[in-house]
Design a protein around this ligand. Sequence first.
Ligand code: OOG
Ligand code: MG
Length: 259
Amino acid sequence: MKGLVPACADRLEAAARDRAPIARLTETHPDLDVDTAYDVQAEVARRRVEAGDPVVGAKLGLTSRAKQQQMNVAEPVYGVLHATSVHPAGEPIAVNDLIFPRVEPEIVFHMGSELVGPGVSAAQVIAATESVSCGLEVLDSRFSDYSFTAADVIADNTSAAKVIVGPVMMAAAAVDLALVGLMLEVDGDLVATSAGAATMGHPAHAVAIYANFLARRGRSLPAGSLVFSGGLTAAVALEAGSHVTATFGHLGSVTVTGV
Ligand code: OOG
Ligand code: MG
């Protein structure tokens, strides 16, 4: 019989490939804890890298109260971004390529130098950042009804699917990221407002906590990484024919269109 980690990795890979949601892993494997879930995530990522899709960055999840309340999971979770996750701005997303596409606005860090924990501070994150921009994450869950525990969503690479990087790059120290406001609109209707402070008080603080988490797993955040620092509002469904736009103070705006 296969071990727990490869067996869970197989199920997640099949769900994404067939666009067919599966039951939560913790239903069949109640022994799947958060640590083992990160091993499942790493195994799926390892297979994807082996197939020619390198890791180019990371994503923080459930770093804001709006997201934690929406998903009913009260702890931050971390995933990886692959080269093919980065979707060209302006190109529509085919909703049928995904299971449950949802969109959320985020502040994005483009790392200039490596961050090595433990003990990384928000100020060190700012110093290691080449530039910041806005972005949209397009999530997709491989679990039925888009519902999961922390261990499930961690194993599922924190629902990662696509990311879109906004057009304006700024020096991280040139703007107070906690005070960067934003509006989220769907087809011109304002559906949510937020500010950078929604992610753990300051997006750089959230990234610092992530770097320190990596240190506990014996890893660092490499120079050149693209880091999505976490959804600042609840995510909204992406539907064919609709446009989701996030407009940020200082960081410009970014739109995704479903087809
Ligand atoms: C989990 C991933 C959450 C964020 O930015 O909070 C996330 C989910 O909502 O599916 O990416
Ligand atoms: Mg996100």
